[in-house]
Design a protein around this ligand. Structure first.
Ligand SMILES: Cc1cc2nc3c(=O)[nH]c(=O)nc-3n(C[C@H](O)[C@H](O)[C@H](O)COP(=O)(O)O)c2cc1C
Length: 376
């Protein structure tokens, strides 16, 4: 019998499905709902000490539709939580006091200021959160204040900030990576060197979804203008899988035992299985919840279990990272293919051995077998 239960960085999770930071984790009511529906953990919407600097606009989403009408890409220009930190402290405490079945993870972000980071971490820890995710990856709005992706794109700063956080808490700390960078292993390596216990990837991809051909204005259009946003949902899954593969390979070689949480376009148990096969310990879903509702976790769990049972994997550890070994260089692909074709050609050209009994005659080799017998 397969099980989805897993322990990651000491966190005992009933299953690997986690709410990714964003609207699905934006207040106590929705976080409680996420646990009730069976999430293994919830990563709340990103918080900072001073929410008064966070001013959201509307509309702030733009969707890319397939010809079937299905939403396949989702751009947002939403900022981190605009709710006062005092309210969050109260809600974290009430959420934990209710003893949810999984982990409550605080997603945090601050400016380049050691005291602010330490205060944020310690105040969250004091109200009982189980772990932290450091948001080094929001691609819009916050980078103008040198936060989010602006930090995540600078490995030196990342290492330093992870060091501040690691010195302030013994709880697990996952550094959430931005995909808006050429080599994601570089910030990943810096975060782990700085003391993060694990990595999460990916946040959204900087994007412009569309331009309205009547008004000539790009979407989402706020007072006639827009700003590039962050892209998520199904369309980003191939990019997320590639980046998770690169981070998992780096971690396996240089920081064995550190954890990895994969996200980006996950909508099914089969999607989750692919992230785990490429090295993820857990999987997060954000936009999927906005498309399908909180109850989407149940079919995802069933699909992942069915995959495990089909392959006789008893635990997630049995297949975590199993597909990483099937990546190689293009030159090696060429070598392997050349060798296989040469072997096939040689086999076709090889003379047949003379049959020793009538049972050995085959229809495909009939002429060669006849020839072999005429040569004695
Ligand atoms: C509307 C919206 C708001 C988001 N807000 C946050 C946030 O506050 N903090 C954060 O770390 N990521 C945030 N994200 C990014 C998601 O957590 C996730 O990294 C990304 O959307 C890719 O996963 P998905 O395709 O499952 O959504 C947000 C995403 C969306 C769509």
């Amino acid at each position: 019998m397969s099980t989805l239960a897993t322990t990651v960085d000491g966190l005992k999770l009933p299953n690997p499905f986690i709410i990714g930071s964003g609207p699905p984790g934006t207040n106590l009511s929705v976080n409680n709902r996420a646990f009730r529906e069976g999430r293994g953990a919830v990563i709340a919407k990103t918080v900072s000490l001073d929410a008064s600097k966070v001013v959201n606009v509307s509309p702030r989403y733009a969707k890319l539709l397939a010809t079937s009408g299905e939403v396949i890409g989702w751009e947002n220009i939403e900022l981190i939580s605009d709710r006062p930190f005092k309210i969050w402290e109260d809600e974290f405490k009430r959420c934990k006091d209710a003893q949810p079945p999984g982990a409550l993870i605080a997603s945090v972000m601050e400016e380049y200021n050691k005291d602010a980071w330490i205060e944020l971490i310690q105040r969250c820890e004091a109200v009982g959160v189980d772990a932290f995710e450091l948001n080094f990856s929001c691609p819009h709005g916050l980078p103008e204040r040198k936060m989010g992706a602006a930090m995540g794109q600078d490995p030196d700063i990342l290492e330093e900030v992870c060091g501040w956080v690691a010195s302030a808490t013994k709880l697990p700390v996952w550094a959430k990576m931005t995909p808006n960078i050429t080599h994601i292993e570089e910030p990943g390596r810096a975060a782990l060197r700085g003391g993060a216990t694990g990595l999460s990837a990916i946040n959204t991809i900087r994007s412009v979804t569309s331009v309205n051909l009547d008004t000539l204005r790009p979407d989402p259009c706020v007072e006639g203008y827009t700003t590039p946003g962050g892209y998520s949902s199904k369309a980003v899954k191939p990019i997320a899988l590639r980046m998770v593969m690169e981070l998992a390979t780096m971690t396996r070689n240089e920081f064995p035992g550190r954890s990895l949480s994969g996200l980006g376009g996950i909508e099914s148990g089969e999607d989750a299985a692919q992230f785990i096969l490429l090295g993820a310990d857990t999987v997060q879903v954000c936009t999927g919840v906005m498309k399908f509702g909180y109850e989407c976790v149940k079919p995802m769990q069933d699909q992942l279990l069915a995959f495990m049972e089909k392959h006789k994997f008893a635990t997630l550890a049995d297949f975590k990272g199993k597909s990483l070994d099937y990546f190689t260089t293009h030159a090696d692909l060429v070598r392997r293919q050349t060798e296989r074709k040469a072997a096939q050609k040689a086999a076709a050209a090889a003379p047949s051995k003379a049959v020793k009994s009538d049972a050995e005659w085959t229809g495909d080799d009939f002429i060669k077998q006849s020839d072999a017998l005429s040569k004695g």
